[in-house]
Design a protein. Structure first.
Length: 176
């Protein structure tokens, strides 16, 4: 039962930049709630990458976008949101649904037409699944010096999720 809550609907083999408008259209998604740290920018990065703004501009043509971050540094998340011209919520406390639901309600879309995009199973995927959203797991955006720490955390989350019944194999989730 709990494993089902950790099962993403779509696993992207790469960072969020591999998530295309065609993929969103295929899954009938009209909105996306985006995690920030390691989904859009490396953990301590204060600025977005050169590739991220064009991706946001392309995706926003067909989907409403909101940033929802667990990061409590409101100033940092505000700066990132401002550079992308997107609304945001910081200190979300995912897997709590409360602030994710607030973003979905602000989009004025049915929850099943909104995707939750993130790099973490135990926060992003769990929160999205608890709300009935379409959940999308992406590979983290990390700096080379963060890779070893991030890999061990990711490995632990995958191991725990599988122990609880989630299958991150291609037969349970669609892979992009």
């Amino acid at each position: 039962m709990f494993g089902k809550l950790l099962q993403p609907d779509l696993i992207v083999q790469g960072t969020i930049l591999k998530l295309t408008p065609d993929t969103l259209k295929h899954h009938h998604l009209k909105g996306l709630v985006l995690d920030v740290d390691e989904t859009l920018v490396p953990f301590r990065a204060a600025q977005i990458s050169e590739e991220l703004l064009p991706w946001v501009e392309e995706v926003r043509q067909m989907a409403a976008l909101w940033l929802v971050s667990n990061n409590i540094s409101e100033a940092r998340i505000r700066r990132i949101a401002k550079s992308l011209d997107l609304p945001y919520i910081s200190g979300a406390g995912k897997p709590s649904r409360r602030k994710v639901r607030r973003a979905v309600e602000a989009m004025q879309l049915p929850v099943e037409q909104v995707g939750m995009v993130g790099d973490r199973l135990l926060t992003d995927v769990l929160a999205g699944n608890r709300l009935g959203m379409f959940t999308i797991l992406v590979e983290p955006m990390v700096t080379p010096d963060q890779l070893a720490v991030r890999s061990s955390l990711h490995s632990f989350e995958v191991w725990l999720s599988q122990r609880l019944g989630a299958s991150l194999a291609n037969d349970q989730s669609k892979t992009l």
